[in-house]
Structures are given as structure tokens and as C-alpha cells.
Design a protein around this ligand. Structure first.
Ligand SMILES: Nc1ncnc2c1ncn2[C@@H]1O[C@H](COP(=O)(O)OP(=O)(O)OP(=O)(O)O)[C@@H](O)[C@H]1O
Length: 356
């Protein structure tokens, strides 16, 4: 997704592009959840909005249930909207303050014409109950609810059409810490009960840990590491993931005394209008070498469910001195940036291909 940058003035020329999302590839299995994590501005929300087709992608492919949806018209997308819904970060701004809760939650039912009018109220009351709100509050307005309750209204609205995929864009970031766990538990219960797949967007690794069996870390529009939860938190290989994790308080470490060494990132995130050549993370990476400015590292599979985009991928304190040979990447056209995982991968310690 490239957004045009305009010059302004009378001749409003396009003078550049914000490369908001470029090189993102993942799968969200049916009924499961994938966490998408990264600093502000790395393209997480844009990715979520592309999948729900709130934005029209400028390139690439998005498949839902095997069907290509990246290029279909909004009209063709309409039936699919029932299956793909979104929960937004800030319930205070995503709910219309002039509409009652009943009107907000019933709107999708009316737009998609799925229930006769006389059955709508009962369905909305049922939804309110499912998300832990009092069905008698049908006629109240969003301002009469607390932040956590408002997010429950947003969740009920997203559930109305029984979606198969929910894109949750920082669904708890705007809430009090004490309320966050309750809303996450609710989402988890709903997932189990209705077999809903989640793309769970968050800016820190602590929130997605309990929700997502698989997590992708984004930096400046790209996925830099994606792995199952145990691998990502236990043995991250990308210096950026390692830095993000070092900022998360570690309870176990605190119990046995001592602190995990904190890795500080140098400088600011560069502009996505003119991202660094080669590896986009190199300007802030303590391990960067000459190759990093020349060659963009592909997203290389290095374990059964582990991919990383770094020439010097390795566990913290064990980054290799020499870059991973380009031949190991399979050369040009290798399926490195395909979604999902292959059944074979590169074993970094032996330099050989391994399989299950
Ligand atoms: N409509 C738009 N027009 C131009 N640039 C945009 C637009 N939307 C997003 N961007 C830019 O694309 C990049 C990615 O933005 P995005 O909102 O997806 O990041 P994010 O990781 O979700 O950040 P945050 O957590 O702050 O929402 C940013 O540099 C942003 O300025």
C-alpha cells in the first residue's frame, strides 16, 4: 500500500509515496489468531484496513477462504463484509454518539437484510448479553457507558453478522489496564464459542502474548520476524524483536532477581517516504554491516514455524559474524515471502536444509 504524497498548490502533483505496507505476508488460520506487533507508524493499522478493504491496495494479494479479494469492487465485497469485521481502538470515536446502542448494533443487520424487522431487537439483546452488557440498556447512548463497556458495544456490533475473521486494531490500548484483561478474556471466550479467527494488532508484545499462538513483528511496512509464541518470546532472532522484548517487563526474571538487559534502539524510525536501502532496520541496528545497506534480507524460514528477515539472524548474544550466504535463501524467486510456512527450512547452526 503506497499512499501518494502531493505537492499541493494549483498543480497538485504526486511528488512521492508513503510506502506504508510493502512486503507483508502471513496466514491467519480458521478460528485461530495472529498477532501483528510494531511501533507506531509501522503499518499495522493500514494492514488491518487493507484486509477489511477499507483501503484499496495498490498491489499484492489478499485471499479470504481461498478467494482473491484484493482487487474486487466494493460491491463484490459486500457479501464478504459479513465474514470480515473490524474492532477499532477507540470506542469513544468509533461509535456514533447520536445513535442508541440498539441502533448501533442493529445497523449491520439492517444493511445486510439478514433478519425480519420484528426479530432484530431480540437478536440485539442477545448480543448485548453475549458481550456481558445488560440487554435492558438497549435504548441508552454510548456516553452513558464506561470505556470498557463502550468497547463491548463495539465488539457486539462486530459480532452481529457472525464473522469468520475479526481484525482487532489495538482493541484494548485505549482502556484502563484493569479493564484490558476483562476485554481480552471476553474476546478469547467469543473466539472459542464462535470459532472466529483474529488478526490482533498491538503495539507491544505483552498484550498479544496470551491471545495469539503466532505473532508477526513489523518494522517500517515490512514483517521482520514471524514465529509461534514460544519461539518468538523465547528465542527471537531479529535484533528488532530482541529490542522490543527487552522493553517488556519479565515477571519470571524479577522473581529470581536481576533484570533482563535492556537494548536501547538508536535514533528514530526513518520516514516511510524514503526508507533506508537494503534492510530498513539497519539505521538503528547495532549489528548492521555493509551488506545490510546493499541487500534487502528476505524473510527466510529458519524453523518449523519461524521466519526472520536479517542477514545476521541469531539468538541474542549469538549473532553470526558472517552474513547468512545468499545461496541459502534459495536465490532469486525463492518462496521466501510467501504466506504461511514450508515443511522444510534452513537450519542456521548447520547451514543445511532441515525438515520435520
Ligand atoms: N491515508 C493515509 N495517507 C497517507 N499516509 C498514510 C495514510 N494512512 C497511513 N499513512 C502512513 O502510513 C504509515 C503507516 O501508518 P499506520 O497507521 O498503518 O501505522 P500503525 O503502525 O498502525 O501506527 P499507529 O499504531 O500509530 O496507528 C505511516 O507513516 C502513516 O503516516
Amino acid at each position: 500500500m503506497y499512499f501518494p504524497v502531493k505537492s499541493g498548490g494549483i498543480i497538485n502533483r504526486t511528488v512521492g509515496h508513503v510506502q506504508a505496507v510493502d512486503g507483508v505476508s502471513f496466514q491467519v488460520p480458521e478460528g485461530s489468531s495472529l498477532g501483528l506487533v510494531g511501533e507506531s507508524g509501522c503499518g499495522k493499522s493500514t494492514t488491518g484496513r487493507l484486509i477489511t478493504r477499507l483501503y484499496d491496495p495498490t498491489g499484492g494479494s489478499i485471499k479470504f477462504d481461498g478467494k482473491e479479494i484484493a482487487n474486487i469492487s466494493q460491491r463484490q465485497m459486500l457479501p464478504m463484509r459479513r465474514d470480515i469485521q473490524m474492532i477499532f481502538q477507540d470506542p469513544a470515536t468509533s461509535l456514533n454518539p447520536r445513535h442508541s446502542v440498539g441502533a448501533i448494533i442493529s445497523a449491520p443487520l439492517k444493511i445486510h437484510n439478514v433478519l425480519p424487522d420484528n426479530k432484530i431487537k431480540a437478536r440485539v439483546e442477545e448480543l448485548l448479553e453475549i458481550v456481558g452488557l445488560n440487554p435492558e440498556h438497549y435504548n441508552r447512548y454510548p456516553h452513558e457507558f464506561s470505556g470498557g463497556q463502550r468497547q463491548r458495544i463495539g465488539i457486539a456490533r462486530a459480532l452481529t453478522l457472525q464473522p469468520k475473521l475479526l481484525v482487532a486494531d489495538e482493541p484494548v490500548s485505549a482502556l484502563d489496564v484493569s479493564i484490558q484483561a476483562q476485554v481480552i478474556n471476553l474476546l478469547q471466550d467469543l473466539q472459542r464459542e464462535f470459532n472466529i479467527a483474529f488478526l490482533f494488532i498491538a503495539h507491544d508484545l505483552a498484550i498479544v502474548r496470551h491471545f495469539c499462538p503466532e505473532i508477526a513483528v513489523m518494522y517500517l511496512g515490512k514483517i521482520v520476524e514471524i514465529a509461534d509464541r514460544e519461539t518468538l518470546y523465547g528465542r527471537p532472532h531479529h535484533p528488532y524483536t530482541q529490542a522490543l522484548l527487552s522493553a517488556v517487563p519479565d515477571v519470571k526474571q524479577a522473581q529470581i532477581g536481576g533484570r533482563r538487559e535492556r537494548i536501547r534502539l538508536k535514533g528514530d524510525v526513518p520516514s516511510p517516504i524514503n526508507p533506508p536501502s537494503g534492510c530498513r532496520f539497519r539505521t538503528r541496528c547495532q549489528f548492521a554491516q555493509e551488506i545490510c545497506s546493499r541487500v534487502e534480507p528476505p524473510l527466510l524460514q529458519i524453523g518449523p514455524r519461524h521466519k526472520v528477515a536479517c542477514h545476521f539472524a541469531g539468538e541474542l548474544g549469538a549473532h553470526p559474524a558472517e552474513p547468512i550466504p545468499q545461496s541459502a535463501n534459495g536465490g532469486e524467486g525463492a518462496p521466501a515471502n510467501q504466506p504461511g510456512f514450508e515443511d522444510h527450512w534452513l537450519n542456521l547452526s548447520t547451514g543445511q536444509t532441515a525438515s520435520a
